[in-house]
Ligand binder design. Structure first.
Ligand SMILES: [Cu+2]
Length: 498
Protein backbone atom coordinates (compact mmCIF):
# COMPACT_ATOMS: atom_id res chain seq x y z
CA UNK A 1 0.00 0.00 0.00
CA UNK A 2 1.29 3.39 -0.92
CA UNK A 3 0.54 6.24 1.40
CA UNK A 4 -0.88 9.10 -0.58
CA UNK A 5 1.00 12.37 -0.46
CA UNK A 6 -0.80 14.30 2.22
CA UNK A 7 -2.24 17.54 0.91
CA UNK A 8 -3.70 20.18 3.11
CA UNK A 9 -3.89 23.88 2.59
CA UNK A 10 -2.07 25.76 5.29
CA UNK A 11 -2.52 29.39 6.02
CA UNK A 12 -0.06 31.89 7.30
CA UNK A 13 -2.12 32.60 10.39
CA UNK A 14 -2.44 28.96 11.29
CA UNK A 15 1.32 28.57 11.25
CA UNK A 16 1.85 31.84 13.04
CA UNK A 17 -0.59 31.04 15.80
CA UNK A 18 1.92 29.24 18.02
CA UNK A 19 5.33 30.08 19.41
CA UNK A 20 6.68 32.93 21.42
CA UNK A 21 7.19 36.36 19.95
CA UNK A 22 10.77 37.49 19.53
CA UNK A 23 11.66 41.05 18.62
CA UNK A 24 14.74 41.61 16.51
CA UNK A 25 16.72 44.74 15.80
CA UNK A 26 14.97 45.49 12.53
CA UNK A 27 11.75 46.18 14.37
CA UNK A 28 10.20 43.03 12.94
CA UNK A 29 8.40 40.53 15.07
CA UNK A 30 9.38 36.91 14.79
CA UNK A 31 8.10 33.77 16.34
CA UNK A 32 10.97 31.74 17.72
CA UNK A 33 10.12 28.73 15.58
CA UNK A 34 11.27 30.65 12.51
CA UNK A 35 14.62 31.61 13.93
CA UNK A 36 17.39 29.22 12.96
CA UNK A 37 15.59 26.17 11.81
CA UNK A 38 12.31 27.39 10.52
CA UNK A 39 11.80 23.87 9.20
CA UNK A 40 12.10 20.49 10.86
CA UNK A 41 14.91 18.09 9.97
CA UNK A 42 14.52 14.75 8.29
CA UNK A 43 13.85 11.99 10.78
CA UNK A 44 15.08 9.28 8.40
CA UNK A 45 18.62 8.31 9.31
CA UNK A 46 19.17 5.79 6.53
CA UNK A 47 18.20 7.74 3.42
CA UNK A 48 19.49 6.04 0.28
CA UNK A 49 22.22 8.18 -1.29
CA UNK A 50 24.75 7.68 -4.02
CA UNK A 51 22.51 6.09 -6.62
CA UNK A 52 23.29 6.75 -10.28
CA UNK A 53 21.98 10.11 -11.41
CA UNK A 54 18.60 9.49 -13.05
CA UNK A 55 18.25 11.17 -16.45
CA UNK A 56 14.63 12.11 -17.16
CA UNK A 57 13.26 10.56 -20.35
CA UNK A 58 13.46 12.81 -23.39
CA UNK A 59 10.11 13.39 -25.08
CA UNK A 60 10.58 14.63 -28.63
CA UNK A 61 6.89 14.60 -29.47
CA UNK A 62 4.99 12.91 -32.26
CA UNK A 63 4.33 14.81 -35.46
CA UNK A 64 0.61 14.98 -36.21
CA UNK A 65 -0.72 17.35 -38.90
CA UNK A 66 2.49 19.37 -38.82
CA UNK A 67 2.44 19.80 -35.07
CA UNK A 68 4.62 18.19 -32.42
CA UNK A 69 2.32 16.47 -29.93
CA UNK A 70 3.36 15.57 -26.37
CA UNK A 71 1.41 13.68 -23.72
CA UNK A 72 1.85 14.30 -20.02
CA UNK A 73 -0.09 12.58 -17.26
CA UNK A 74 0.02 13.90 -13.72
CA UNK A 75 -0.28 10.93 -11.43
CA UNK A 76 0.43 9.54 -7.99
CA UNK A 77 3.69 7.65 -7.80
CA UNK A 78 5.92 5.83 -5.39
CA UNK A 79 9.65 6.03 -4.74
CA UNK A 80 12.00 4.39 -2.25
CA UNK A 81 14.23 6.84 -0.36
CA UNK A 82 14.35 4.90 2.92
CA UNK A 83 15.04 1.14 2.73
CA UNK A 84 11.82 -0.84 2.84
CA UNK A 85 9.60 2.25 2.83
CA UNK A 86 7.45 3.67 0.08
CA UNK A 87 7.45 7.41 -0.53
CA UNK A 88 4.21 8.71 -1.98
CA UNK A 89 4.84 11.21 -4.75
CA UNK A 90 3.18 13.18 -7.51
CA UNK A 91 4.84 13.11 -10.93
CA UNK A 92 4.41 13.53 -14.67
CA UNK A 93 4.32 10.16 -16.47
CA UNK A 94 6.51 8.36 -13.92
CA UNK A 95 7.18 8.32 -10.19
CA UNK A 96 9.13 11.53 -9.65
CA UNK A 97 9.46 14.77 -11.67
CA UNK A 98 8.66 14.41 -15.38
CA UNK A 99 10.16 13.81 -18.80
CA UNK A 100 12.25 16.47 -20.49
CA UNK A 101 10.28 17.97 -23.36
CA UNK A 102 12.49 18.71 -26.37
CA UNK A 103 11.07 21.43 -28.60
CA UNK A 104 12.46 23.40 -31.51
CA UNK A 105 12.15 27.08 -32.25
CA UNK A 106 9.43 27.54 -34.84
CA UNK A 107 7.60 24.34 -33.92
CA UNK A 108 3.90 24.35 -33.30
CA UNK A 109 3.48 22.21 -30.22
CA UNK A 110 0.46 20.56 -28.64
CA UNK A 111 0.74 19.23 -25.11
CA UNK A 112 -2.05 17.07 -23.71
CA UNK A 113 -1.91 17.28 -19.94
CA UNK A 114 -4.06 14.70 -18.19
CA UNK A 115 -4.72 14.96 -14.47
CA UNK A 116 -4.99 11.70 -12.54
CA UNK A 117 -3.82 13.10 -9.20
CA UNK A 118 -7.19 12.93 -7.45
CA UNK A 119 -7.29 16.71 -7.04
CA UNK A 120 -7.17 19.74 -9.35
CA UNK A 121 -4.00 21.53 -10.38
CA UNK A 122 -2.48 23.28 -13.40
CA UNK A 123 0.67 22.98 -15.50
CA UNK A 124 2.58 26.15 -16.32
CA UNK A 125 5.30 26.51 -18.98
CA UNK A 126 7.84 28.60 -17.11
CA UNK A 127 9.66 31.07 -19.37
CA UNK A 128 7.77 30.31 -22.56
CA UNK A 129 6.32 33.15 -24.68
CA UNK A 130 2.73 32.11 -25.40
CA UNK A 131 -0.91 33.21 -25.37
CA UNK A 132 -2.15 33.83 -21.82
CA UNK A 133 -4.83 31.18 -22.06
CA UNK A 134 -2.11 28.58 -22.82
CA UNK A 135 0.12 29.69 -19.94
CA UNK A 136 -1.12 27.10 -17.45
CA UNK A 137 -1.34 29.62 -14.64
CA UNK A 138 -3.89 29.57 -11.80
CA UNK A 139 -6.82 30.15 -14.19
CA UNK A 140 -6.20 27.14 -16.43
CA UNK A 141 -7.33 24.57 -13.88
CA UNK A 142 -7.16 20.92 -14.89
CA UNK A 143 -9.74 19.05 -12.87
CA UNK A 144 -9.03 15.55 -11.70
CA UNK A 145 -9.80 13.11 -14.47
CA UNK A 146 -9.66 15.68 -17.24
CA UNK A 147 -7.20 16.61 -19.98
CA UNK A 148 -6.09 20.14 -20.83
CA UNK A 149 -4.63 20.83 -24.23
CA UNK A 150 -2.00 23.53 -24.48
CA UNK A 151 -1.03 24.67 -27.94
CA UNK A 152 1.49 27.30 -28.97
CA UNK A 153 4.35 28.11 -31.32
CA UNK A 154 7.85 28.06 -29.89
CA UNK A 155 9.26 31.57 -30.32
CA UNK A 156 11.82 31.40 -27.54
CA UNK A 157 15.57 31.29 -27.98
CA UNK A 158 17.58 28.16 -27.36
CA UNK A 159 17.52 27.64 -23.59
CA UNK A 160 16.35 25.48 -20.70
CA UNK A 161 12.82 26.09 -19.43
CA UNK A 162 10.62 24.08 -17.12
CA UNK A 163 7.05 23.15 -16.36
CA UNK A 164 5.33 22.79 -13.02
CA UNK A 165 1.91 23.19 -11.34
CA UNK A 166 0.65 26.71 -10.62
CA UNK A 167 -2.63 26.23 -8.76
CA UNK A 168 -3.60 29.19 -6.59
CA UNK A 169 -2.43 28.45 -3.03
CA UNK A 170 -1.19 24.94 -3.84
CA UNK A 171 1.85 25.41 -6.07
CA UNK A 172 4.36 24.81 -3.28
CA UNK A 173 2.88 21.50 -2.16
CA UNK A 174 2.38 20.19 -5.67
CA UNK A 175 5.95 20.94 -6.72
CA UNK A 176 7.31 19.56 -3.43
CA UNK A 177 5.37 16.33 -4.03
CA UNK A 178 7.39 15.85 -7.23
CA UNK A 179 5.68 17.67 -10.08
CA UNK A 180 8.29 19.41 -12.24
CA UNK A 181 10.06 18.78 -15.52
CA UNK A 182 12.40 20.47 -17.97
CA UNK A 183 11.57 21.87 -21.37
CA UNK A 184 14.56 22.29 -23.66
CA UNK A 185 14.26 24.59 -26.66
CA UNK A 186 16.73 24.14 -29.49
CA UNK A 187 17.22 26.42 -32.44
CA UNK A 188 17.52 24.42 -35.68
CA UNK A 189 19.48 27.37 -37.18
CA UNK A 190 22.17 27.24 -34.53
CA UNK A 191 25.62 26.32 -35.77
CA UNK A 192 27.29 26.42 -32.39
CA UNK A 193 29.31 23.38 -31.39
CA UNK A 194 28.12 22.82 -27.83
CA UNK A 195 27.78 19.48 -26.04
CA UNK A 196 24.32 18.29 -27.03
CA UNK A 197 24.16 14.52 -26.47
CA UNK A 198 21.34 14.39 -23.94
CA UNK A 199 22.25 12.22 -20.97
CA UNK A 200 25.82 11.82 -22.15
CA UNK A 201 27.53 15.23 -22.32
CA UNK A 202 24.37 17.38 -22.05
CA UNK A 203 23.00 16.75 -18.60
CA UNK A 204 19.86 18.12 -16.95
CA UNK A 205 20.23 18.77 -13.21
CA UNK A 206 17.01 19.54 -11.33
CA UNK A 207 18.14 20.42 -7.81
CA UNK A 208 15.66 20.24 -4.95
CA UNK A 209 15.65 19.82 -1.19
CA UNK A 210 13.22 17.79 0.90
CA UNK A 211 12.60 16.70 4.46
CA UNK A 212 12.32 12.92 4.49
CA UNK A 213 10.74 11.20 7.45
CA UNK A 214 11.64 7.78 8.85
CA UNK A 215 8.55 6.29 7.23
CA UNK A 216 9.90 7.48 3.87
CA UNK A 217 7.39 10.27 3.38
CA UNK A 218 8.21 13.74 2.12
CA UNK A 219 7.52 15.98 5.10
CA UNK A 220 5.97 19.26 4.04
CA UNK A 221 5.82 21.49 7.15
CA UNK A 222 4.17 24.34 5.30
CA UNK A 223 5.67 27.42 6.89
CA UNK A 224 4.84 30.42 4.78
CA UNK A 225 8.35 31.84 4.99
CA UNK A 226 9.42 28.91 2.81
CA UNK A 227 10.06 25.21 3.18
CA UNK A 228 13.69 24.11 3.17
CA UNK A 229 14.80 20.50 3.36
CA UNK A 230 18.00 18.88 4.49
CA UNK A 231 18.10 16.10 1.89
CA UNK A 232 19.34 17.17 -1.54
CA UNK A 233 17.87 15.59 -4.61
CA UNK A 234 19.19 15.87 -8.14
CA UNK A 235 16.73 14.62 -10.75
CA UNK A 236 14.81 12.97 -7.92
CA UNK A 237 17.72 11.01 -6.35
CA UNK A 238 19.36 12.01 -3.07
CA UNK A 239 22.98 13.20 -3.59
CA UNK A 240 23.48 10.85 -6.56
CA UNK A 241 26.60 9.87 -8.51
CA UNK A 242 27.11 10.95 -12.10
CA UNK A 243 29.61 9.35 -14.46
CA UNK A 244 30.94 12.29 -16.44
CA UNK A 245 32.83 11.61 -19.66
CA UNK A 246 36.36 13.03 -19.65
CA UNK A 247 35.49 15.96 -21.88
CA UNK A 248 33.58 19.22 -22.00
CA UNK A 249 30.20 18.58 -20.36
CA UNK A 250 27.15 20.83 -20.36
CA UNK A 251 24.99 20.92 -17.25
CA UNK A 252 21.52 22.46 -17.41
CA UNK A 253 20.92 23.55 -13.83
CA UNK A 254 17.47 24.29 -12.47
CA UNK A 255 16.84 25.43 -8.93
CA UNK A 256 13.61 23.51 -8.53
CA UNK A 257 13.49 23.99 -4.77
CA UNK A 258 10.57 25.64 -3.06
CA UNK A 259 12.57 28.14 -1.05
CA UNK A 260 16.29 27.35 -0.84
CA UNK A 261 18.88 29.16 -2.94
CA UNK A 262 22.04 27.42 -4.11
CA UNK A 263 25.56 28.70 -4.57
CA UNK A 264 26.91 26.07 -6.94
CA UNK A 265 30.56 25.20 -7.18
CA UNK A 266 32.87 22.19 -7.18
CA UNK A 267 34.79 20.58 -4.33
CA UNK A 268 38.12 21.40 -6.02
CA UNK A 269 37.04 25.00 -6.69
CA UNK A 270 37.54 24.42 -10.39
CA UNK A 271 36.57 27.08 -12.86
CA UNK A 272 33.58 26.50 -15.11
CA UNK A 273 31.81 28.67 -17.67
CA UNK A 274 28.21 29.80 -17.65
CA UNK A 275 26.90 29.87 -21.20
CA UNK A 276 23.17 30.36 -20.73
CA UNK A 277 20.67 32.16 -18.55
CA UNK A 278 16.94 31.48 -18.07
CA UNK A 279 15.91 32.39 -21.59
CA UNK A 280 18.91 32.19 -23.88
CA UNK A 281 22.63 31.93 -24.42
CA UNK A 282 24.97 34.58 -23.07
CA UNK A 283 27.02 36.58 -25.57
CA UNK A 284 30.15 34.73 -24.50
CA UNK A 285 31.06 32.14 -21.86
CA UNK A 286 31.50 33.66 -18.41
CA UNK A 287 34.26 32.07 -16.29
CA UNK A 288 33.31 31.50 -12.67
CA UNK A 289 33.82 29.30 -9.64
CA UNK A 290 30.49 30.02 -7.93
CA UNK A 291 27.00 30.30 -9.39
CA UNK A 292 24.07 31.56 -7.36
CA UNK A 293 20.64 30.39 -8.45
CA UNK A 294 17.41 31.31 -6.73
CA UNK A 295 14.14 29.45 -7.10
CA UNK A 296 12.99 29.00 -10.67
CA UNK A 297 16.24 30.28 -12.20
CA UNK A 298 18.19 28.16 -14.66
CA UNK A 299 21.76 28.28 -15.88
CA UNK A 300 23.66 26.29 -18.46
CA UNK A 301 27.30 25.71 -17.61
CA UNK A 302 30.22 23.98 -19.30
CA UNK A 303 32.62 22.00 -17.14
CA UNK A 304 35.81 20.59 -18.61
CA UNK A 305 36.65 17.06 -17.45
CA UNK A 306 39.19 16.43 -20.26
CA UNK A 307 42.07 14.22 -19.20
CA UNK A 308 40.60 13.63 -15.75
CA UNK A 309 39.44 10.05 -16.18
CA UNK A 310 39.51 8.18 -12.89
CA UNK A 311 39.17 11.29 -10.76
CA UNK A 312 36.27 12.35 -8.62
CA UNK A 313 34.84 15.76 -7.83
CA UNK A 314 31.68 16.87 -6.06
CA UNK A 315 29.05 19.40 -7.10
CA UNK A 316 28.32 21.41 -3.98
CA UNK A 317 26.45 24.40 -2.66
CA UNK A 318 28.70 26.91 -0.92
CA UNK A 319 25.72 28.45 0.80
CA UNK A 320 27.71 29.97 3.63
CA UNK A 321 29.32 32.32 1.10
CA UNK A 322 25.98 33.83 0.06
CA UNK A 323 26.42 37.33 1.36
CA UNK A 324 23.25 38.94 2.57
CA UNK A 325 21.15 36.10 1.25
CA UNK A 326 20.73 34.08 4.39
CA UNK A 327 17.78 35.70 6.05
CA UNK A 328 17.48 36.21 9.76
CA UNK A 329 14.35 34.13 9.66
CA UNK A 330 13.59 30.95 7.79
CA UNK A 331 17.24 30.15 7.88
CA UNK A 332 18.57 26.85 9.07
CA UNK A 333 21.99 25.45 9.74
CA UNK A 334 22.45 24.47 6.08
CA UNK A 335 22.02 28.06 4.94
CA UNK A 336 25.27 28.85 6.68
CA UNK A 337 27.17 25.79 5.57
CA UNK A 338 28.60 24.03 2.55
CA UNK A 339 27.05 20.77 1.43
CA UNK A 340 27.25 18.14 -1.30
CA UNK A 341 24.70 17.84 -4.09
CA UNK A 342 26.23 15.24 -6.39
CA UNK A 343 29.39 13.17 -6.76
CA UNK A 344 30.98 13.15 -10.21
CA UNK A 345 33.14 10.18 -11.26
CA UNK A 346 35.05 10.99 -14.42
CA UNK A 347 34.97 8.10 -16.89
CA UNK A 348 36.22 7.64 -20.45
CA UNK A 349 35.32 10.20 -23.06
CA UNK A 350 32.69 9.62 -25.73
CA UNK A 351 33.62 9.01 -29.37
CA UNK A 352 33.35 12.55 -30.70
CA UNK A 353 33.53 14.97 -27.81
CA UNK A 354 33.06 18.70 -28.13
CA UNK A 355 36.52 20.01 -27.38
CA UNK A 356 36.49 23.77 -27.62
CA UNK A 357 34.74 26.37 -25.61
CA UNK A 358 33.20 28.73 -28.19
CA UNK A 359 34.57 32.26 -27.99
CA UNK A 360 31.16 33.77 -28.66
CA UNK A 361 27.71 32.29 -28.23
CA UNK A 362 24.93 34.66 -29.21
CA UNK A 363 24.06 38.21 -30.10
CA UNK A 364 21.71 39.76 -27.60
CA UNK A 365 19.65 42.61 -29.03
CA UNK A 366 19.72 45.04 -26.14
CA UNK A 367 16.54 47.03 -25.66
CA UNK A 368 17.29 50.74 -25.57
CA UNK A 369 15.86 52.74 -22.70
CA UNK A 370 14.67 55.46 -25.09
CA UNK A 371 12.14 52.97 -26.48
CA UNK A 372 10.44 52.72 -23.11
CA UNK A 373 6.85 53.92 -23.04
CA UNK A 374 6.21 53.23 -19.40
CA UNK A 375 7.95 52.42 -16.12
CA UNK A 376 6.07 50.49 -13.47
CA UNK A 377 6.99 49.87 -9.87
CA UNK A 378 6.51 46.67 -7.93
CA UNK A 379 7.08 46.79 -4.21
CA UNK A 380 7.54 43.43 -2.54
CA UNK A 381 6.58 43.36 1.10
CA UNK A 382 6.15 40.85 3.86
CA UNK A 383 5.75 41.43 7.54
CA UNK A 384 5.67 38.94 10.32
CA UNK A 385 1.94 38.92 10.86
CA UNK A 386 0.90 40.76 7.76
CA UNK A 387 0.21 39.32 4.33
CA UNK A 388 2.73 38.81 1.53
CA UNK A 389 2.07 41.61 -0.92
CA UNK A 390 3.10 43.34 -4.11
CA UNK A 391 2.24 47.04 -4.12
CA UNK A 392 0.33 46.57 -0.90
CA UNK A 393 -2.04 43.86 -2.05
CA UNK A 394 -2.05 40.09 -2.01
CA UNK A 395 -3.00 37.99 -5.02
CA UNK A 396 -6.66 38.21 -5.99
CA UNK A 397 -7.77 35.96 -8.85
CA UNK A 398 -10.53 38.47 -9.68
CA UNK A 399 -8.33 41.55 -9.87
CA UNK A 400 -6.15 42.61 -12.80
CA UNK A 401 -3.23 44.56 -11.36
CA UNK A 402 -1.56 45.83 -14.52
CA UNK A 403 -2.67 46.42 -18.09
CA UNK A 404 0.08 46.52 -20.70
CA UNK A 405 -0.26 47.63 -24.30
CA UNK A 406 1.01 45.14 -26.83
CA UNK A 407 4.33 46.01 -28.47
CA UNK A 408 5.17 48.41 -25.67
CA UNK A 409 8.61 48.42 -24.17
CA UNK A 410 8.56 48.88 -20.41
CA UNK A 411 10.87 49.09 -17.47
CA UNK A 412 9.69 47.24 -14.39
CA UNK A 413 11.29 48.47 -11.21
CA UNK A 414 11.17 45.80 -8.53
CA UNK A 415 11.65 47.17 -5.03
CA UNK A 416 12.22 44.74 -2.20
CA UNK A 417 11.00 46.45 0.95
CA UNK A 418 11.45 43.37 3.09
CA UNK A 419 14.33 41.73 4.92
CA UNK A 420 14.14 38.53 2.90
CA UNK A 421 15.34 38.06 -0.69
CA UNK A 422 12.64 37.37 -3.32
CA UNK A 423 13.14 35.87 -6.79
CA UNK A 424 10.79 37.91 -9.03
CA UNK A 425 9.32 36.00 -11.98
CA UNK A 426 7.28 37.38 -14.87
CA UNK A 427 5.26 35.07 -17.11
CA UNK A 428 5.24 35.21 -20.91
CA UNK A 429 8.27 37.40 -21.46
CA UNK A 430 12.05 37.34 -21.17
CA UNK A 431 13.67 40.47 -19.83
CA UNK A 432 17.10 42.01 -19.44
CA UNK A 433 18.36 43.22 -16.08
CA UNK A 434 19.28 46.91 -16.36
CA UNK A 435 20.51 47.62 -12.87
CA UNK A 436 20.79 46.30 -9.34
CA UNK A 437 20.65 49.28 -7.01
CA UNK A 438 21.91 51.42 -9.87
CA UNK A 439 24.77 49.16 -10.94
CA UNK A 440 24.82 46.99 -14.04
CA UNK A 441 24.27 43.26 -13.46
CA UNK A 442 27.11 40.76 -13.27
CA UNK A 443 28.29 39.31 -16.59
CA UNK A 444 26.45 36.04 -15.97
CA UNK A 445 23.15 37.90 -15.53
CA UNK A 446 23.56 39.94 -18.70
CA UNK A 447 21.33 37.64 -20.74
CA UNK A 448 17.65 36.88 -21.17
CA UNK A 449 15.95 36.11 -17.91
CA UNK A 450 12.46 35.48 -16.60
CA UNK A 451 13.34 35.28 -12.91
CA UNK A 452 15.64 37.65 -11.04
CA UNK A 453 16.68 37.58 -7.42
CA UNK A 454 15.94 40.82 -5.61
CA UNK A 455 17.95 41.14 -2.43
CA UNK A 456 16.58 42.58 0.80
CA UNK A 457 16.07 46.37 0.41
CA UNK A 458 17.38 46.19 -3.16
CA UNK A 459 15.84 47.70 -6.30
CA UNK A 460 16.25 45.78 -9.56
CA UNK A 461 15.22 47.38 -12.86
CA UNK A 462 14.37 45.13 -15.76
CA UNK A 463 13.44 46.00 -19.35
CA UNK A 464 11.23 44.02 -21.70
CA UNK A 465 8.88 44.19 -24.64
CA UNK A 466 5.38 42.70 -24.62
CA UNK A 467 4.66 41.37 -28.07
CA UNK A 468 2.50 39.11 -30.20
CA UNK A 469 -0.33 38.04 -27.92
CA UNK A 470 -3.22 40.11 -26.61
CA UNK A 471 -6.09 39.00 -24.42
CA UNK A 472 -8.02 41.38 -22.19
CA UNK A 473 -9.71 38.50 -20.36
CA UNK A 474 -6.87 36.13 -19.49
CA UNK A 475 -4.01 37.39 -17.34
CA UNK A 476 -0.39 36.38 -16.95
CA UNK A 477 1.22 36.30 -13.51
CA UNK A 478 4.15 38.07 -11.90
CA UNK A 479 5.24 36.75 -8.53
CA UNK A 480 7.89 35.75 -6.05
CA UNK A 481 9.21 32.29 -6.96
CA UNK A 482 9.72 31.20 -3.38
CA UNK A 483 6.69 28.99 -3.77
CA UNK A 484 5.36 29.53 -0.26
CA UNK A 485 5.51 33.30 -0.77
CA UNK A 486 3.65 32.95 -4.06
CA UNK A 487 1.00 30.79 -2.41
CA UNK A 488 0.73 33.26 0.47
CA UNK A 489 -0.12 36.07 -1.94
CA UNK A 490 3.09 37.62 -3.27
CA UNK A 491 1.68 37.48 -6.78
CA UNK A 492 -0.24 39.71 -9.16
CA UNK A 493 -1.82 39.59 -12.59
CA UNK A 494 -1.30 41.53 -15.82
CA UNK A 495 -3.05 41.49 -19.16
CA UNK A 496 -1.61 42.48 -22.52
CA UNK A 497 -4.14 44.35 -24.66
CA UNK A 498 -4.34 45.72 -28.19
CU1 LIG B 1 9.45 35.88 -1.76
Amino acid sequence: MTKRFHMSRRTFLKVAAGGAVVVLGGGYLFRDQFLNDGNPSSTATDVIRGQRLPIPDLLTGTEIDGKQVYDLTMQQGSMVYVPGKQTATFAYNGNILGPTLLMHKGDEVVINVTNQLGEPTTTHWHGIHLPAIMDGGPHQIIDDGSTWQAQYTIMNEEATFWYHPHLEGMTAEHVYAGLAGLLIVKDPQSELALPDQYGSDDIPLIVQDKIIDADGSFNYPGTNFGVKGDQFLVNGAVTPVFDAPAQLVRFRLLNGSNARFYNFGFSDDRQFHQIGTDGGLLERPVPMTRLRLSNGERAEILVDFSGQQGSQVRLMSFSSELDGINPVYNSNALDNSTFDLMTIDVVSATANPTTDLPASLATISRIEEDQVSRTRSFELEMGFSGPMTINGVSMDMDRIDQTVKVDDTEIWEVVNSSDMPHPFHVHDIQFLVLTRDGSPPADNEAGWKDTVLVMPRETVRIITRFSDYTDPDHPYMFHCHILEHEDAGMMGQFVVVA
